[in-house]
Ligand binder design. Structure first.
Ligand code: XMP
Length: 524
């Protein structure tokens, strides 16, 4: 059966040059994006789509995965999808709520589970003849995380796996390419989870596994050439990985018709403006660097409220960018480094579809340009893979995220050039230290915060009354949650000594040991 699907996908792929895809129907689970990433790691393109928006007319879909959900199927408000036109036509894998939903819709029973069914479990019985269990042995650890469990399957459903506590841990629907698993194969704790997804995506759906950084570049460069023709494009660079990769990709596609603008608002890291400009020029990009720091310092004078700082910087950035772009002739497009997590329509518990897409603070509306977002289908790790494939320097690709308003949100209280200087010097010692100690790539993000307090100290025989700074370093996978990084004491001691001895105006260093939630990564 799997060959039939594979052949079908082959025909479509070769005749229409369509990118085959897996559709993940999102029922609101926190791990839906993780399913997407796991499928992409199998070199298979996938899209996450709200549960009720299945693209029935899209012939490039080769299989469907139903995600979990915060709801119980019997909740009145739970998300319900009509799968009747999907299930007999395409392979379907229901995960957790996805599995419960299909069983319940067809007349099975889903009931609240006891706490013992929650978390780690082991598959004691597995029907080895089922293709989704290829190379998965009984005893394998899986992760359950729902308050409900399927207690009775409808007729036509067959139990194909059990744990010691959950009898129907997985089922198969007879006469269909439909499976349900009550555990979460996408999470790390399901030890053979990736194998199960691979069995479904590759063996059952027939994915050719041809989604790779190289194939993405080839297809995208061709598409950009067709889409843009001889049009001129402008792009705002931030020094971050997303906009830098867009620049190199567009440069490959349209060369000098791309102009990049890099605005220095005066609150970048020490020497960052010059270092990044040099990197960009080394990549052959056509970049205009604009030092607008004086304007920003003036507008920020005396402003202490964090959101006002953000607004002033956001608006100032748009004004400077717009002014520079208007000096260019006949620009038709604005390119942006929007990536997939920014575009996914996610579901709130009320069922409202939320689009978290954040453009650069209203630039497109103001400039009246068409939008070009070549990375809008990629996850962050894929953007990095594309950057590497494009031959970009590693330090540009593996850079930590850095907030758009820069050090402005790390100076608590009002901003002055002197405070920025102090913070830049302290930050440089911290970041250089992380690199020297081989810790930079182990943390998600790091920086120093300048506190609005002074404290008493002693240097030589002198009493001092100077500033305190806080070091912040976190581990994370997506910035939605973060833990404070457990950096070695010896490292913290060295950084603290260096900052106090070399940064004039600082006599105290603290380390922030708050995780997110309830704290945030930035202090403002
Ligand atoms: P928080 O502080 O909300 O930060 O935990 C999460 C991530 O977002 C970054 N961040 C910003 N990025 N403009 C940005 O472009 C901002 O105003 C902003 N505030 C926070 C932060 O650095 C972290 O990566």
């Amino acid at each position: 059966m799997s060959r039939i699907f594979s052949t079908f996908a082959d025909i479509i792929h070769t005749s229409q040059k369509m990118q085959e895809k897996i559709v993940i129907l999102d029922f609101g689970s926190q791990t839906t994006q993780l399913i997407g990433r796991r499928v992409r790691e199998l070199n298979t393109y996938c899209e996450i789509i709200p549960y009720n928006k299945f693209p029935h007319d899209d012939p490039s879909v080769i299989g469907v995965i139903l995600s979990g959900s915060p709801f119980s199927v019997y909740d009145e408000k739970s998300f319900k999808a009509d799968l009747s036109k999907i299930r007999k036509r395409l392979p379907v894998l229901g995960i957790c709520y996805g599995a419960q939903f299909m069983a319940w819709t067809d007349g099975g029973k889903v009931e609240p589970a006891g706490t013992r069914e929650y978390g780690r479990a082991h598959l004691e019985y597995i029907d080895a003849s089922e293709p989704i269990f290829k190379d998965i042995e009984p005893g394998t650890q899986v992760w359950m995380s729902h308050g409900d469990t399927i207690t009775e399957i409808p007729s036509g459903f067959r139990r194909i796996a059990s744990t010691d506590k959950v009898e129907i841990a997985a089922y198969r629907v007879e006469g269909e390419q439909t499976w349900g698993v009550q555990f979460h194969p996408e999470v790390y704790h399901s030890v053979k989870g990736t194998q199960l997804l691979k069995n479904f995506v590759v063996d059952v759906c027939g994915s050719k596994q041809d989604w790779s950084a190289a194939s993405f570049i080839e297809t995208t460069v061709n598409e950009l050439r067709q889409q843009l023709g001889d049009d001129k494009v402008v792009l705002g660079l931030s020094g971050g990985v997303d906009s830098s990769v867009v620049a190199v990709l567009l440069n490959k596609a349209i060369g000098k018709n791309l102009t990049c603008i890099f605005v220095d608002h005066g609150m970048l890291r020490k020497d960052e403006f010059h270092d990044v400009m040099r990197d960009y020029q080394g990549l052959g990009l056509n970049v205009i660097g604009v030092d607008a720091s004086a304007k920003f310092f003036k507008e920020l004078e005396g402003v202490t409220e964090p959101e006002r700082k953000r607004k002033i910087i956001g608006k100032g950035f748009i004004d400077v960018f717009d002014e520079e772009a208007h000096k260019l002739k006949d620009v038709k497009w604005l390119a942006q480094g929007t990536i997939y997590p920014d575009c996914i329509e996610s579901l709130s518990i009320t069922g409202t579809v939320i689009k978290s897409h954040h453009n650069v603070g209203g630039l497109p509306e103001k400039m009246n340009l068409k939008l070009c977002e070549p990375l809008r289908l990629l996850f962050k790790d894929e953007v990095r893979a594309v950057g590497r494939e494009l031959g970009m320097p590693e330090h540009l690709i593996s850079r930590h995220p850095f907030p758009g308003p820069g050090l402005a949100v790390r100076i608590l209280g009002d901003i002055t050039p002197e405070k920025v200087r102090i913070l830049q010097d302290a930050d440089k010692i911290f970041i250089d230290g992380l690199r020297q100690w081989g810790l930079y790539d182990k943390v998600w993000q790091a920086g120093v915060i300048l506190l609005p307090v002074q404290s008493v100290g002693v240097m030589g025989d002198e009493r001092t009354y100077e500033r305190a700074v806080a070091l912040r370093a976190v581990t994370s996978t997506d910035a939605m949650t973060a833990d404070w990084a457990h950096l070695p004491y010896e490292f913290l001691a060295e950084v603290s000594n260096k900052i106090i001895n070399h940064v004039k105006g600082v006599n105290r260093v603290a380390y922030d040991i708050s995780s997110k939630p309830p704290a945030t990564i930035e202090w403002e």
